[in-house]
Design a protein around this ligand. Structure first.
Ligand code: HEM
Length: 348
């Protein structure tokens, strides 16, 4: 693994070799070949043109891609997002609470906190669906869904707790329940996974949580340097060679916000963690800044992400938590979600 600096902080971020290689070789490049059938793109204008040239297809949408061959309709997707948004809004109304202890290893601690906050009163068969261990293999997810679906009694025999769980309990057939339960997992899990990753990255990057620096600016800067969604994949399609003739008809295209977020042509002192650079800036107007995707189809969950992440930062500040000063190295593995693993939070 290779070491990269985190700016003003004494801590070093150690990226998995593939990510480190990308940063070393292709930062500032527009287009580069990664495999015989895959090109990488990091140029701001080229990413923009490619993402504008066609909408993402169903296979490219991780949340709402088909569930075991059954397509997720647009109204279903919208209803699910409304259900989880309502659950998050209800959670955010709760007081911060004096009995919360966020010391320990992050992102795990933050994940469990968010699970309990948003889905806490849910019965076990639902809670297990947002477990971090299910990430290990899709087979485990399938088993948890199948077991949970089979365990359910007749519709209506349980009191629905979250809006999301109510959708499962109201489904009439076994197939509909299983479908709803899969979607429960797809929509509930990111609330815990992505937000805990984002805040862990922010705490790792922040040398201190100076009172004068707004949470928003800390999070925007963390999303720039360590974007949890660090690449955007589009499958080969005829639109792409028209946009740029270096792209073949059979080439998949992997776009890298991770690289455009550190492009020296776009950012002053690109590797430095400087939340103050966001003062008065609109993140949606910054060329090459795509932590939540392209303007054409931005993340549907981002309005939930920021308030939940700010709530975690509020508790960290209130309780005077800091990264254990003895921890000077944080590892980022090669994974779908870019996060610093095992950050040890302690009381100051
Ligand atoms: C730190 C948190 C998050 C980040 C950085 C993030 C990032 C992104 C990005 C980059 C895209 C565009 C992907 C593309 O164009 O291929 C996207 C799309 C999307 N995101 Fe998020 N996201 C986050 C959290 C969430 C959450 C919590 C939810 C839902 C509960 C969510 C739901 C979606 C949906 C539904 C889409 C549209 C595509 C799809 O069906 O998957 N996101 N997100």
């Amino acid at each position: 693994m290779a070491v990269s600096s985190t700016g003003r902080s004494a801590r070093a971020t150690v990226f998995a070799p593939r990510i480190d290689e990308l940063l070393r070789k292709y930062r500032g490049a527009d287009l580069f070949r990664l495999e015989d059938d895959t090109v990488g793109v990091a140029g701001v204008d080229l990413m923009d043109s490619l993402l504008r040239s066609r909408p993402a297809n169903t296979e490219e949408r991780p949340t709402f891609k088909p569930v075991q061959g059954r397509p997720v309709t647009r109204p279903d997707a919208a209803a699910l997002m409304q259900a989880v948004s309502a659950d998050v809004r209800a959670a955010l109304k709760k007081p911060l609470g004096d009995d919360v202890d966020l010391t320990g290893r992050w992102p795990h601690v933050a994940h469990v906190y968010l699970r309990d906050l948003v889905f806490g009163r849910e019965s076990f068969r639902f809670r297990v669906l947002v477990d971090r261990r299910l990430e290990l293999t899709p087979k485990l997810t399938w088993m948890a869904v199948a077991a949970g679906t089979a365990m359910l009694g007749k519709p209506g025999s349980e009191i629905p707790l979250s809006n999301l769980a109510a959708r499962v309990l109201n489904a009439e057939t076994y197939d509909d329940r299983r479908y709803a339960m899969y979607l429960y997992r797809r929509v509930a899990a990111p609330v815990c996974f992505t937000v805990s990753a984002l805040v862990t990255n922010a705490l790792w990057l922040s040398p201190d949580l100076d009172e004068s620096v707004p949470n928003r600016d800390i999070l925007l800067e963390a999303l720039r340097l360590l974007p949890p969604s660090w690449n955007i994949l589009r499958m080969a399609s005829p639109e792409y060679p028209v946009v740029d003739d270096r792209i073949g008809v059979r080439d998949d295209v992997l776009m890298f916000p991770l690289l455009s977020h550190r492009d020296p042509r776009l950012w002053e002192d690109p590797d430095a963690f400087r939340p103050e650079r966001w003062t008065g800036l609109d993140p949606d107007e910054q060329p090459g800044y795509l932590p939540f995707g392209h303007a054409n189809e931005r993340c549907w969950g981002r309005h939930m992400v920021m308030p939940l992440a700010e709530r975690l930062l509020d508790i960290v500040r209130r309780d005077g938590l800091v990264v254990n000063p003895e921890q000077t190295v944080g590892k980022v593995e090669l994974d779908g979600l870019l996060e610093v693993a095992g950050v040890r939070m302690v009381r100051r």
